[in-house]
Design a protein around this ligand. Sequence first.
Ligand code: GUN
Ligand code: ZN
Length: 447
Amino acid sequence: MRAYRGHLIHIAGAPRLAQAHEHLVSEPDGVLVVDESGFIVYSGDHAQLPADLAHAQVVDTRPAFLLPGFIDTHIHFPQTHCTDSYGGGQLLNWLQQCIFPAEAGLADPQYARQVARDFCARRVDVGTTTALVFGSAFPDAQDALFEESLRVGLRTVSGRGIQTVGPDSAARLLTDEQTAITLTQHEIERWHAADTGDPATALVHTAIVPRFALSVTASTLHALGELYDSVRSDGVYFHSHLSENTSEIASVHSSYGVEHYLDTYDGPYSLLGRRSVLAHAVHCTDYELSRMADTGTSIAHCPTSQLFLGSGTMPWGRTTAAGVNVALGSDIAAGDEWLLPRVLNDCFKVHISEPAALSVPPADLLFTATLAGARALDIEDRVGNLDVGKEADFVVVDPQHQPLLPEILAQVDTHDADRLLFTLLMGMRESAVTQVYVRGRRLTAAR
Ligand code: GUN
Ligand code: ZN
């Protein structure tokens, strides 16, 4: 049993976004007690620590902060080496000029293993304890990802990126439809809850991941819907992109003849549901937002990526008011920030720059990078905050490891939770992330 002393900050309970502020916990003289199985058995004021836990071995992180592990709900594994690639245009140009050719490199299993090591190591560096990972087209590369994730001890949901149609530059990523279905089925059989055999306790899970509507056909999406129908009750996920870029949306409308982009994923065997996450959703109609809310589908909001590709800004107020769960995604490599607080920094800036000049409250920012991610992945009973009974996924953020951060935080009253959290989230850099834990195990990764 270990007792981690530090300043605890998290969103307790299971609020919706609108109540996040009321659930913000800031415990300056706090302690988190973690049992031998990696579960949280006490979380709160050190002065109130029950006597029967007083024997726990103390790990004193003060003056550091203890935050829930960050949950990245949209990040591309095969793009680990592709940040800040110049494609000479927006989404479709960038994909064709930079990304499809680079992702083809993972056909080499040795290179893919190196990318898997780099990917997992970067996640540890930045405290991303859980991620929904857009996978490689190549099964060997996916094996390398799952193996390395388990070796390091991260939580990972992933599935191979499915493409059955595309431009010449994507040729090496394509398979025919039947091969796509077979490879996806094999990946689910091999890796879904592979570590424990039980989705409720596993660290790795699988997903069905068509790249986006334009990389497959209506027939492939129909077949994937049937496959999803057969594995949905095992806790398999669905992940893709939605309405990111106006040219993409125009192409989807003309290729599919649908009224709404979302309809492509919502056939007779719908791919939507409480373990379905769609990245971006920048240009959605009211119908699409309400359909996602009704089905429990979540959005992975990726503001850093949207800035990089000039995709536009997901309208925060309208999207969240529709009742859809909005979590956060780095979207590496269109997003060029691995550290989710840096993505939150862009989130704050883009929404205060919207016509509505919305100043996203600090508790809402933390909620989006933690609890909303756990909700999007339907693992809110296991992680997402520092409540007793949850698995102990947390990061130690030590301001002393970042130039000027102690001085900047000293300007804020320690007991003013909102202002303190805002300055910490907006100002922290990777160097301040000094320890990272998943289910009570401290993670280290060698590249
Ligand atoms: N849409 C289809 N593929 C991609 C991708 O790799 N990145 C982003 N940002 N959008 C996409
Ligand atoms: Zn993406």
